[in-house]
Design a protein. Structure first.
Ligand code: NAP
Length: 318
């Protein structure tokens, strides 16, 4: 990371949403000294109290409005479907020169829903850290979540370059590598790499548990690695993922169309015994995994680096 520990990037950061991502950002800010103060807001009093107790925020507030007073950076860390409402609430309190960003797993819908509530003189730079786990809530976060993971920023046209550079420094200070692209492109890339894979996992786990000739207890008892790995992804937060699919309709449907065509080709190859087609595809896909490991985005350790039989070492980011 290019920002040294102890480098102040913003005086005050406001975290709106104190779950897995909000709390991990809070821990990361504290680890690297990226801000003097961190204020926080979450919907429930329990989450607010817990955040203060854990200590990844310096203050919590009963409303999002109060939390953003005087903040130089406001990070919206709530489910995508709640972003517009939260943005409308904080709009009157945003200070001139502040930057508002988010961590939502889709980006075009965020520009659509949050953009109208960004006042003149406030910088709006949507973002998405490609890091996560299938856990939720304020206890799930940890400072290392973003280390060596990508964070994609999707600045709107005309974004102030120094505000963008400051946000890049902030994410680098959290340990991330940062890329910039437009929101539509982000949504197609993430549809391929994350959203459709999650949909496939939800679907296969649903299908397996619906099969009449296989009982639920057999599904659990004989779950071999393939199915077990799908269940990990399919255990991801239902609210968050409902919102992802409702808000990246175009990207997901485009990739799903291609996926269905390719699946039909495999179905045909199996029916007609075309082993060469299957072997060639499986050889190509094996090489893809090798390149992901070489890029440092996955471990080559056996059993995905699990340290215990039902380990939770892996990520399930959106
Ligand atoms: P989370 O652990 O469930 O936390 C969500 C937070 O938002 C909680 O503090 C919750 O408050 C608050 N919240 C929920 N619904 C709300 C509403 N309607 N109005 C106001 N606040 C609300 O979720 P997360 O995993 O941190 O996800 C947050 C964002 O990060 C999402 O936009 C998601 O797309 C994005 N993201 C997630 C991952 C991942 O792997 N999880 C990865 C990258 C990006 P309470 O605690 O009081 O309920």
């Amino acid at each position: 990371m290019s920002v040294a520990t102890g480098t102040l990037v913003y005086e005050k950061v406001a975290l709106i949403g104190l779950g897995l991502i909000g709390s991990s950002i809070g821990h990361g800010i504290k680890r690297a000294g990226l801000a003097k103060t961190v204020s926080g807001f979450a919907r429930s009093a329990e989450t607010r109290a817990r955040a203060l107790e854990i200590g990844f925020v310096d203050s919590v507030h009963d409303t999002a409005k109060e939390a953003v007073v005087d903040a130089d950076l406001i990070i919206l860390c709530v489910p995508v479907g709640a972003l517009g409402k939260v943005a409308s609430e904080i709009e009157p309190m945003l200070k001139k020169g502040a930057t508002i960003t988010d961590v939502g797993s889709v980006k075009s819908a965020v520009v659509r829903d949050v953009g109208p509530f960004v006042p003149e003189g406030v910088h709006f730079i949507p973002g998405h850290p490609l890091a996560g786990t299938e856990e939720s809530g304020p206890d799930a976060g940890f400072a290392e979540l973003f280390d060596e993971r990508w964070c994609i920023l999707t600045p709107v046209p005309g974004t102030d370059k120094s505000a963008e550079a400051q946000l890049v420094s902030f994410w680098e200070g959290l340990g991330s590598k940062v890329d910039v692209m437009d929101a539509q492109h982000h949504d197609v890339v993430l549809a391929v790499t994350s959203h459709v894979p999650h949909l496939i996992a939800y679907n296969i786990v649903g299908t397996a548990t619906d099969l009449e000739e296989v009982t639920q207890s057999e599904v659990v008892k004989y779950s071999a690695s393939g199915f077990r790995d799908f269940t990990r992804i399919a255990a991801s937060d239902p609210t968050m993922w409902r919102d992802v699919f409702l808000n990246n309709k175009e990207g997901v449907l485009e990739v799903l169309g291609r996926f269905s065509e390719d699946l039909a080709v495999l179905q045909r190859a199996i029916r007609w015994g075309d082993g060469d087609l299957l072997f060639d595809l499986f050889t190509r896909t094996r090489a893809v995994r090798r390149s992901i490991i070489d890029a440092g985005q996955e471990t080559a350790a056996p059993n995905f680096g699990r340290t215990k039989p039902d380990g939770d070492e892996e990520d399930g980011e959106a």
